[in-house]
Design a protein around this ligand. Structure first.
Ligand SMILES: [Mg+2]
Length: 184
């Protein structure tokens, strides 16, 4: 179970992700979480950095798909602005939304990454399908109260992953060191 919660990579933010490196690893598509990954939680304003990042990823040939537990109207509107497909009301970490995203992307798990800010939804769901999982730091402190509670369990699990040698000290500090988070 613990291994299923271990991200393959940890990035301070989506924006700081080394896309060329990802490409070198054979990744051709990225499934993206919405809230606190592409934009601050609950916001409808897409940060300029996200617009630039999506543009860059597309120019490098990456296929993108949003997969969000959020409601259809808002998610579809943001997806339309970014001109990427979306799976809404996803109920991550269930396998189904990720399978749907793979269908939309027309890629197989081995060439597909998932990037998101939560261990128990994005990383667990991605690992269940053997996707290349990337944990990003949340873009803002605002989130559901249930998520805030889960963050405590997340911190405990991350500590266990470090202790077991599943995570390096560098990866751990990207998540938890002061200044590691790019909060908005
Ligand atoms: Mg999120």
């Amino acid at each position: 179970m613990l291994k299923k919660l271990c991200p393959r990579q940890i990035a301070a933010s989506l924006w700081s992700l080394d896309l060329e490196d990802l490409k070198g690893k054979g990744i051709t598509a990225i499934i993206l979480d919405l809230d606190n990954t592409l934009l601050p939680w609950g916001s409808n304003d897409i940060p300029a950095e996200t617009l630039r990042w999506v543009d860059k990823a597309k120019k490098l040939g990456f296929k993108l798909c949003i997969t969000s537990n959020g409601l259809t109207g808002r998610v579809q509107q943001i997806a339309a602005t970014l001109d990427v497909p979306a799976v809404c009301k996803a109920v991550k970490p269930r396998k189904k939304p990720f399978q749907k995203a793979l269908e939309l992307l027309e890629t197989c798990p081995g060439e597909t990454a998932v990037a998101g800010d939560q261990l128990f939804t994005d990383i667990l769901g991605g690992n269940r399908l053997s996707l290349y999982t990337i944990l990003t730091n949340p873009l803002s402190d605002r989130e559901l109260s249930s998520t805030r509670l889960l963050r405590r369990v997340e911190t405990y699990v991350m500590g266990r992953l470090l202790k077991k040698g599943c995570l390096t000290a560098g990866q751990f500090s990207t998540r938890y060191s002061a200044g590691g988070r790019e909060r908005g």
